[in-house]
Write a protein that binds this ligand. Structure first.
Ligand code: RRO
Length: 411
């Protein structure tokens, strides 16, 4: 029997508990339709402002080292009217039948209230995520780091008595009292909040370009939000803490550094109701949802789980028995891997042939040089210049490694 990956958010059923985070590849109906066509359980649009805006100056994103990414986009988006128009909803969602969520990040409280009132009137929108955590708007500190401001924003939102479910996007917290204060404010408005999504990017990180001796991105002196695998452990801790501290009527949605089905499994163990993918979606495209959901399915089958309900929130306390079970499993997997390694062709996918050809050509060059040094004559017809040899080597390497990784475009 196939495993059941479904979940519910905002009273809606998601066929899979994995969907996209607001942010990369969510700014247009074209991008959103690719998410809707994948195994993503829902579709969430980019954080909107009242009016369309272009965001911060370029370059404003950087893929650091495969472990972290930095952005200071400054909310480029097409304006709320675009994301709530029937045209956009139809183009984005097609016949998928999946829930469609919008996200808002107004410049001030009045903007957020205006957008919420508009959204509440539109059919075809399953809920709205209020971003309390954008780190990149110049001159605007993160709302949810200022608990008084967060309280007054949520108080004003609660007074609207929205019909549509509301989620809030939270920044990462790092200290016990901050988790407690944030949860206390959210619990105060529990009748108005459906879910809390933890975490937004880790604000104000800095990547340095050593060659140029300057920041890797342009806005805000190079400071931007850190995402990707570098933040996964912070995100897991935030999900676990929020789940422990929030009223059970408020769901927790996990987000931050999710790349694999195993990552999703870990967030679910910490109590996440669903899991969003941001940076990996940006790098890999919407096909990441098919892969990640497939990986989660395999892992659940291996572990004998038939539905996410069976293990959600059931993270066990550390134990000696658990540690030795884990050590034994790693040892077994390690032994398996070394046998497989022995069977592998040693030099990449293209096999040993390209390396042998290059070695032969380099040998020929050395022999030619030695022959020439000893006074021999070498005709140009038989002579392969060193630059050409390097070019041949590069081409063979290219064939061996496959096409170079595509440069990730600005969003
Ligand atoms: O647009 C951005 O710069 C941005 C936003 Br709104 C956000 O919520 N988080 C982030 O890392 N970047």
């Amino acid at each position: 029997m196939p495993v059941d990956l479904s979940t519910t958010i905002c009273g809606q059923t998601l066929t899979t508990c994995v969907y996209n985070a607001s942010g990369p590849r969510t700014g247009s109906s074209d991008a959103l339709s690719k998410v809707a066509s994948s195994r993503s359980g829902a579709v969430l649009a980019k954080s909107a402002t009242v009016e369309e805006q272009t965001g911060n100056p370029l370059p404003r994103t950087f893929q650091a080292d495969g472990k972290g990414s930095l952005n200071s986009e400054g909310l480029p988006n097409k304006g709320i009217d675009y994301y709530i128009s029937q045209n956009t909803i139809e183009e984005s969602m097609g016949e998928s039948g999946k829930p469609y969520f919008v996200s808002i990040s107004g410049h001030n409280l009045a903007d957020n209230l205006d957008m919420l009132k508009k959204i509440d009137k539109v059919s075809g929108i399953s809920g709205v995520e209020l971003n309390l955590a954008c780190p990149n708007v110049i001159g605007h500190p993160i709302i949810a780091y200022d608990f008084e401001q967060m309280d007054s924003v949520l108080s004003a939102v609660a007074k609207l008595k929205l019909k549509k479910p509301l989620g809030v996007k939270m920044p990462p917290y790092f200290d016990g009292p901050h988790f407690e204060q944030a949860a206390k404010v959210l619990n105060k408005y529990k009748s108005s909040i459906s879910y809390a999504a933890s975490i937004n990017t880790v604000g104000n990180a800095l990547v340095i370009d050593t060659v140029a001796e300057m920041p890797a991105i342009n806005p805000k002196g190079g400071f931007g939000g850190l995402s990707g695998p570098a933040v996964k452990y912070t995100a897991l801790a935030n999900v676990k803490k929020m789940r422990d501290l929030l009223d059970e009527s408020i769901d927790v949605v996990g987000v931050g550094g999710v790349e694999t089905g195993e990552d999703v499994f870990q967030f679910l163990l910490c109590g996440a109701q669903a899991v969003q993918v941001g940076t990996k979606h940006w790098i890999e495209g919407a096909s990441c949802f098919d892969r990640i959901v497939g990986e989660l399915e395999v892992l659940m089958e291996e572990k004998g789980y038939k539905s996410v309900e069976e293990f959600r929130g059931k993270l066990k306390p550390w134990s000696k028995a658990g540690a030795s079970k884990s050590r034994a499993a790693k040892k077994k997997a390690g032994a398996g891997r070394s046998r497989a390694d022995q069977a592998k062709i040693p030099v990449g996918k293209g096999g040993i042939l390209p390396t042998m050809i290059v070695s032969f050509l380099l040998g020929l060059l050395l022999a030619t040089a030695a022959f020439s040094a000893l006074g021999g004559e070498v005709s140009m017809g038989g002579f392969v210049p060193f630059g050409s040899l390097l070019k041949i080597h590069d081409e063979l390497e290219g064939a061996r490694m496959g096409p170079r990784k595509k440069k990730v475009k600005e969003l």
